[in-house]
Ligand binder design. Structure first.
Ligand SMILES: [Ca+2]
Length: 226
C-alpha cells in the first residue's frame, strides 16, 4: 500500500497537467504587467515547418507580443508581434524579423492571425483575418530545435523570461493552435471561418496543456447574439 502511494506520487510529479478542452473559451489578460502570462507545453523538440493560428482582441496602441516561443539558442525562435509605430505584423523566426505592412488592423474587435514558415524555402507568410500577405524570406536550413518555452501574454528576451511591460498583451486571446507543417490556404480559411479544421498537432486549443502565472483568466468567449 505504501509502495503504491509512493508510485502514484512519483507518477503525478512526472506527468504534465491533464490537457484541457478550451473550446468556446478565451484567456483574458486584464491588466498591463511584466509577469502575467500563460505558459503552453508541448513535447515537440524539433520543428522544420510551423503554422501558428490564434484569435485576439485588444485596444493596445503600442507594440505587443501575440505569441512567443523561445529555445536556448534563440529567444525569438518563433515570435509574433504587432509593431504599432509602423503598423506591421512582425514574425521573428530564428531571431530573424520579417515585416508585413498595410494590414487592415482595427482595435476592439476579434482578429485571426495565422503565421506560416517552412525551413527548406525559408518563406514566411501571415494571414490576417484570412487575407494573405506577401510571402517573404526569413530563415532557412535549420529546424527550431531544443526544448521550446511557449508563452502568451509576454515577450521573452531570454529563455523563459526577460519580460517587458511595454510589450505585454492586454486583451483576450482564443483558439491557439500550432502545427508542424504549413497549412494550405483552404485549411486556413476553415480556421478563419470557425469551420471544422484539423486541430494543431503541436498545440491544440481542444487539448491544451498550459500553466497560468498571475492574473490571466479563463472565461467564456463572448460572441454576438443572434
Ligand atoms: Ca522584448
Amino acid at each position: 500500500m505504501k509502495m503504491l502511494l509512493v508510485f502514484l506520487l512519483v507518477m503525478m510529479a512526472a506527468c504534465p497537467a491533464i490537457p484541457q478542452d478550451l473550446s468556446g473559451k478565451m484567456f483574458t489578460f486584464p491588466q498591463q504587467t511584466n509577469t502575467a502570462h500563460v505558459k503552453l507545453t508541448s513535447s515537440r523538440q524539433s520543428l522544420g515547418a510551423v503554422t501558428v493560428c490564434l484569435r485576439f482582441f485588444t485596444d493596445l496602441r503600442r507594440e505587443h507580443a501575440l505569441f512567443s516561443l523561445s529555445t536556448s539558442s534563440f529567444s525569438n525562435d518563433f515570435m509574433i508581434q504587432w509593431d504599432d509605430k509602423n503598423k506591421e505584423i512582425e514574425p521573428h523566426i530564428r531571431d530573424q524579423k520579417v515585416e508585413y505592412g498595410g494590414q487592415d488592423f482595427k482595435l476592439n474587435m476579434w482578429h485571426s492571425v495565422c503565421t506560416t514558415w517552412d525551413s527548406s524555402s525559408g518563406l514566411a507568410q501571415v494571414w490576417l483575418d484570412g487575407q494573405p500577405s506577401v510571402r517573404k524570406y526569413s530563415s532557412s536550413g535549420s529546424s527550431i530545435s531544443g526544448s521550446p518555452i511557449i508563452i502568451l501574454g509576454q515577450e521573452q528576451d531570454s529563455h523563459g523570461g526577460g519580460f517587458d511591460i511595454n510589450q505585454s498583451f492586454v486583451g483576450m486571446m482564443s483558439d491557439v493552435h500550432m502545427w508542424d507543417y504549413v497549412l494550405s490556404s483552404c485549411e486556413i480559411q476553415k480556421y478563419v471561418d470557425e469551420l471544422n479544421f484539423t486541430p494543431g498537432n503541436v498545440l491544440n486549443w481542444k487539448a491544451l496543456d498550459f500553466q497560468i502565472v498571475d492574473r490571466v483568466l479563463i472565461e467564456e468567449k463572448q460572441s454576438s447574439c443572434h
